[in-house]
Write a protein that binds this ligand. Structure first.
Ligand SMILES: O=C(O)CCC(=O)CC(=O)O
Length: 259
């Protein structure tokens, strides 16, 4: 495993880790309020098949936290600049929720760089903008603690919360996220609307949804499936963080798709 930081064109430092240097490149992109650590359940399997690069989206983990609103365009360019810095011309990409929105941007804006896309628990539009403004205001004034319980109840089903051993670890990742970085990414989601341009994505794509996901519910999954020509779709028995709640099945789905 090697890890490092890459400075983006605007000066923002992005933290990354590369595991399993043989094989085709696969970039993993985290959801809002998590970090590259969210992919832990997949790593043991994926690194045997791929050169896996996971990174902390700006504002998260060990990446820099620029002040102000971020945009999907900047978040997408972070992936391209990171890949170029690691001398990766073409890569497979898997992103969950916000990561999946970045995946949509890559499919639209940089199809020549992306061999296959997996868009998990995501959405082409997560309105209304006023809800994001309220969330930004709350987190900037009261911190991550103010929203952690509500967030966990969207991320996982009650059964999973009652039984899982890694809830505290995940809660800690969320609590440690800088509210400024969280708010910056909330603004990127607030301002994103890919509904009318999904049809312009021609990269081979798999959409993964969570049957019990209240954040990006099945109808959002189906909107992505129906909007992206030829997209395949799998629905898992999970809430929002399906790669954690249904870790084994999620990994299996990835391996099957990337075969
Ligand atoms: O998880 C994301 O990347 C964005 C969607 C979201 O806000 C999930 C949540 O409800 O916390």
């Amino acid at each position: 495993m090697i890890e490092g930081f890459t400075t983006m064109g605007d000066g923002c430092s992005i933290a990354w880790e590369q595991t399993g240097v043989e094989g085709p490149a696969l970039i993993l992109s985290n959801s809002l309020g998590t970090s590259m650590d969210m992919w832990k359940p997949q790593m043991d399997v994926l690194y045997k098949r791929f050169r896996v690069i996971r990174y902390d989206t700006r504002g998260h983990g060990r990446s820099d936290v620029p002040a102000g609103a971020y945009g999907l365009d900047r978040l997408g360019r972070d992936v391209l600049e990171l890949a170029s810095d690691l001398e990766i011309e073409r890569f497979a990409f898997c992103g969950l929720s916000l990561g999946g929105m970045i995946g949509q941007w890559l499919g639209l804006r940089a199809p020549e760089r992306v061999s296959q896309l997996v868009i998990a628990n995501s959405s082409p539009f997560m309105g209304p903008p006023s809800a994001w403004d309220a969330r930004i205001k709350l987190v900037l004034s009261n911190g991550m603690d103010a929203i952690v319980e509500g967030t966990l109840s969207r991320w996982f089903t009650q059964n999973f919360i009652a039984e899982a051993k890694n809830i505290e670890e995940i809660r800690n990742i969320f609590i440690k996220t800088d509210p400024v970085g969280y708010a910056g990414c909330c603004a990127a989601i607030r301002d994103m609307d890919m509904r009318s341009v999904l049809k312009l994505i021609h990269v081979p794509t798999l959409i993964v949804g969570g049957k019990y996901d209240p954040a990006t519910p099945p109808e959002h999954t189906y909107a992505l499936r129906d909007g992206i020509a030829g997209a395949q779709c799998v629905m898992l028995e999970a809430a929002h963080l399906a790669n954690i709640e249904q870790a084994e099945n999620f990994t299996k789905v990835l391996l099957e798709y990337f075969k």
